[in-house]
Ligand binder design. Structure first.
Ligand code: 13P
Length: 249
C-alpha cells in the first residue's frame, strides 16, 4: 500500500506571511489519515516554515540542492544544510531547472545521489515537452530521464525515490493531462521499474504534476498508478491546497 503524497512547489513565490497562513490553517485542519503533505518554499523561508509548521502535519521540502556537500560554490545550497532545517524532501530535475538553468541528466543524477547520501527523499521530476508529445516521443523521453537518474542506483536507493511525472506542456498552463494520459505514462514508468524489480515497482511512489487544482485532483488521484500530486500554482492558496489534500484521502 503506497501512502499518498501531496507536495506543494511554491517555486519563486511566497512570503513569510504565506508561511504563517499555512501554519495557522494546517494547525487546525483535519487531513485524511495516512497521507503525507509537503510544502516546498524557496530557501529563505525554510527556517520560518519549520517553526510555523511545528504543530501541523506539514513536512518541509526544498526545490533543489548542489551535488557537493560544501565548498567554493557561490550561491549554492547543499543537502547537509537543508537537513539542518528539518527538510525531508528535495526536488531534483524539475523541468524549469532543466530548461531555464540547463540542468542535464548527468547533473540530475549527481543531485539525486547527493540527496540520498544525506538522507533526503528526492522527488525526481520528469516529463516531455509538447513537441516531444506531438512527435510520439513521450515514453522515450520520460524513460530516458528516469533511466539516467535511476539505472546506476542500488535497489535500496531506488526505493527511496519519489518520481513526479510533470508534462512540461501542462505546467502553469491550466492545461492538465487527462487522467488517461497521465495514467498511461505513470504505468509506463512503473512497468519500467518492474524490469529491475517487481516488488520495488509496486512500492514506487508516483506523483502527477501540471495544473493540478482543487477541481481536477480527485479524478487524477483516482488513477491506479497515481499516488499523489506535485502542485504548483494551486499550492499557493491555503484553501485550494487543503482541498487537494482532502482529495488524496
Ligand atoms: P502548476 O501546478 O502551476 O502547473 O506547476 C506544476 C509544477 O511545476 C509543480 O512542480
Amino acid at each position: 500500500m503506497r501512502t499518498p503524497l501531496i507536495a506543494g512547489n511554491w517555486k519563486m513565490n511566497g512570503s513569510t506571511a504565506l508561511i504563517n497562513a499555512f501554519g495557522d490553517t494546517f494547525a487546525t485542519a483535519t487531513l485524511p489519515a495516512n497521507i503525507d503533505v509537503v510544502v516546498i518554499p524557496p530557501f529563505p523561508y525554510l527556517d520560518a516554515a519549520r517553526h510555523a509548521f511545528q504543530n501541523t502535519p506539514l513536512q518541509l521540502g526544498a526545490q533543489t540542492l548542489n551535488p557537493q556537500h560544501s565548498g567554493a560554490h557561490t550561491g549554492e545550497i547543499s543537502g547537509r544544510m537543508l537537513k539542518e532545517f528539518d527538510v525531508t524532501y528535495v526536488l531534483v530535475g524539475h523541468s524549469e531547472r532543466r530548461q531555464l538553468y540547463q540542468e542535464t541528466d548527468a547533473q540530475v543524477f549527481n543531485r539525486l545521489v547527493a540527496a540520498l547520501d544525506v538522507g533526503l527523499t528526492p522527488i525526481l521530476c520528469v516529463g516531455e515537452t509538447l513537441e516531444e508529445r506531438d512527435a510520439g516521443r513521450t515514453m522515450d523521453v520520460v524513460l530516458r530521464q528516469v533511466g539516467h537518474a535511476m539505472a546506476r542506483l542500488e535497489p535500496v536507493q531506488r526505493l527511496q525515490i519519489v518520481i513526479a511525472y510533470e508534462p512540461v506542456w501542462a505546467i502553469g498552463t491550466g492545461r492538465t493531462a487527462t487522467p488517461k494520459q497521465a495514467q498511461e505514462v505513470m504505468a509506463g514508468i512503473r512497468s519500467y521499474q518492474a524490469g529491475f524489480d517487481v516488488s520495488l515497482a509496486e512500492q514506487l511512489k508516483l506523483l502527477y504534476g501540471g495544473s493540478m487544482n482543487a477541481s481536477n485532483a480527485a479524478e487524477l488521484l483516482a488513477q491506479p498508478d497515481i499516488d499523489g500530486g506535485l502542485v504548483g500554482g494551486a499550492s499557493l492558496k491555503t484553501d485550494d491546497f487543503y482541498a487537494i489534500c482532502q482529495s488524496a484521502g
